[in-house]
Design a binder for this molecule. Sequence first.
Ligand code: ARG
Ligand code: ZN
Length: 880
Amino acid sequence: MSSAVINRLDYQEPAFRVENINLVFNLDPVTTTVYNTMRIEPLTDSDHDLVLNGSELELASVFENGSPLSTERYTVTPEALIIRGIRQKTTITIYNKFHPQANTLLSGIYMSNGNFMSQCESEGFRRITYFPDHPDMLTRFHVEIRADKEQYPILLSNGNLIEQGDLDNGRHFAIWEDPSLKPCYLFALVAGKLVKREEVYKLANGKDCLLQVWVEPQNADKTEHTMECIKRAIHWDETRWGLEYDLDRFMLVATDDFNFGAMENKGLNIFNTRYVLATPKMATDLDYFNIESVVGHEYFHNWTGDRVTLRDWFQLTLKEGLTVFRDQEFSRDMLGKSAVIKRIMDVRALRSRQFPEDAGPMAHPIRPESYRQINNFYTMTVYEKGAEIYRMLQTMLGKEGFKKGLSLYIERNDGRAATCEDFINAMAEANGRDLKQFFLWYSQAGTPRVQVKTYWDPEASTYTIVASQSTPATPGQPVKHPFVIPIAVGLVDSEGHDIPLQLEGETAPLGTTRVLELKDEENEWTFVNVGSRPVPSLLRDFSAPVILDYAYTRDELAFLARNDADPFNRWDAMNRLMLGVLEDMTDVIEMGGKPEADHNLLSSFEQILTDETLTPAFRAITLQLPAENLIGEPRAVIDPDAIRKARTELKAAIGRRYSSLLFKLAESYETPGDYSPDSESAGRRSLKNLAYDYLITGGNPKALIALRGQFEKANNLTDKLAALTSVVNSASPAKTNMLVEAAKEWQGNPILINKWLTVQASAGTQPGEADTLTRVRQLMDCGAFSIKNPNNVYALILAFCNNEPEFHRKDGKGYEFWLQILRELCSVNEYVAARVARTLDHWKRYTPDRAQMMYRVLNEAKHIPGLPVGVQEILDKSLG
Ligand code: ARG
Ligand code: ZN
């Protein structure tokens, strides 16, 4: 792996085209051999060398038009095979080997529970064979897989199955041909003992499409939900965007060993099992919901990613931001009347994970300018902030306008490798709009702050909104230009009704929500016929990824929480109210005082809790306290102990104060009968479990009894896991038995065991118990944990690193643990190592004693022998 910095502006058009590639694999876990025949065509007259990337490959021989290539014509380096003197169309044949079983990076072709799996995005194909491994190198793939028939009865690759049959020595073969032009990062190969669920589905165009979900035999009964999700995704893409599936079959394969969530390989998506397998006893409501969105996401990539692909990896947000936007819209449409819940969850994730990234040492625009390891840029910024950029366009251009722009973009770029400019140009042209300034969202990092001031003039009956923007400097970008920021605004009168909105100069009111475009450092708008002072509802539905500063009083927030016609802003008002109170309480704790819960907050809590006009799902999500890192974010210095204490105290205060109300509610929201993950039942469960959680935090013994009963009797994982989590986070010794029970029931199911690990890694340390770090260390040796399995590492180690007070313990033992794990991971899987490395990138934000200790281990980490560049990149930026 080269350690050089790659710059976006250094992009060069390819000098060669690969007309087609023919691959023959002889699969063997120890050493797999590949015959790779490519038809190569030079594209320029100049004397370019053909650079074929290759990593950790053994080269056996090279042929040109059937004859051995003389050794003067080529050079082999650890990173490439360079061939000189190709002046005309030439057939190059390469015979090489690689070692699947030794592949713990899980990039290229590797083994998972005895099966061959592949992952090529971003640069995994070069770990399979020599090839120009860049996303703009589109070619046609013809693939023959040969393997032992008994060990590997199922042989899969992209496209159509052309032929299969037996060979000598108990081996067999299958030939796959993909009619589509694709870059090699979308190549996939799977071989092993797998079983399928399959169905023939009629596409909107009348064609039959074969849908298959492949899993290991023990999981055969857990794929029904996934199949349903595939059909919903196909149908939604047809109806919402007019985009149809283009192959005769669509396959999805699940594996336990996977670095990421899932991968959109053409016609053969490969998924982490956690986004495939679902039964009532092994998946929560949220898991069911997430499976739908990930299945949608990968399927939607077929157009936004596969048919239209990327020119280079800097354009990543062109497929990822756009496809996240598409999957968000899909999930929202599937929720029907609870749609806002999805928006709330997405914004919550953006604020708690992307905003800090944008404010820290790793801040980068959604289209970065440079990288050392591209894998470090599969970030919340590229994905989730990217999605917000597409959403803003839809908000500004309208759904129809956005759809027109997307159609034009696809029509123009189908079968091509595109850039972000191609997308914006299509949007601009289809809508007759100048989007030059809007394009700054692609190049400027940092979260803009929008400050709003309002003036009501009773004499003139006018209401003026003045909005100004400023964006803090980020690494490498000291000065920012003003963005185009769509601010959706409503004005709520004292009765709680929206006022019809008429801007100065307009002849009549037009609607009750208006999208104001803030374009300069400061802009103002005046509404007329505003006879009484309204409360402004700003940034409705979170119309832009910004931090909104408006000096709401707590009374106004409580008012909006009860009345705003925009359900997102109702949630947001309550959230702001809770955050403000938690900030105050944390201040008091830091000063050594005893904090008290705010009365305004308590009464709003009660009102929402008992408001039967609101869905249970909405009440549950609105009454959840903000996460600890959101409480920490605005603070000058983060003290995780004080924050947890404040949050727990507030929870306990609410639990005590409303105990009978919460109890009644918890009992009345039982979901009797068979389990169903539909949004209404899920909402009832989440409100019930929220109520119990407040109660048990308030020390209510009846809640403990109820939760133990729920844990024993639940017919679904949502209730069972909620009960376990609440009890584990309480002081009750009952947790020990419950954890043993859960382990007995869940052993042998990796997804459930991972949840079991996470519950423990995320728990606080109660007086008299072993501390969480000690338990995490024990769990690493419990037999259910392997550092080679990314899901295990995420479930135990990353969960612990996100457990703020336990990880950031004052004695620095959490940081020593971090260093030890990082060291181990560097030699096993550098991608997973880089994710763990990132958990210290905000070290400067913490109390000085902690910051100093983090600084020390970050520096020590730089001396890890064989430190991978990707990890080095994170450490350098964190320290820089
Ligand atoms: N494209 C995959 C997705 O849809 C993720 C691939 C992640 N690859 C990586 N090198 N980080 O989200
Ligand atoms: Zn994606």
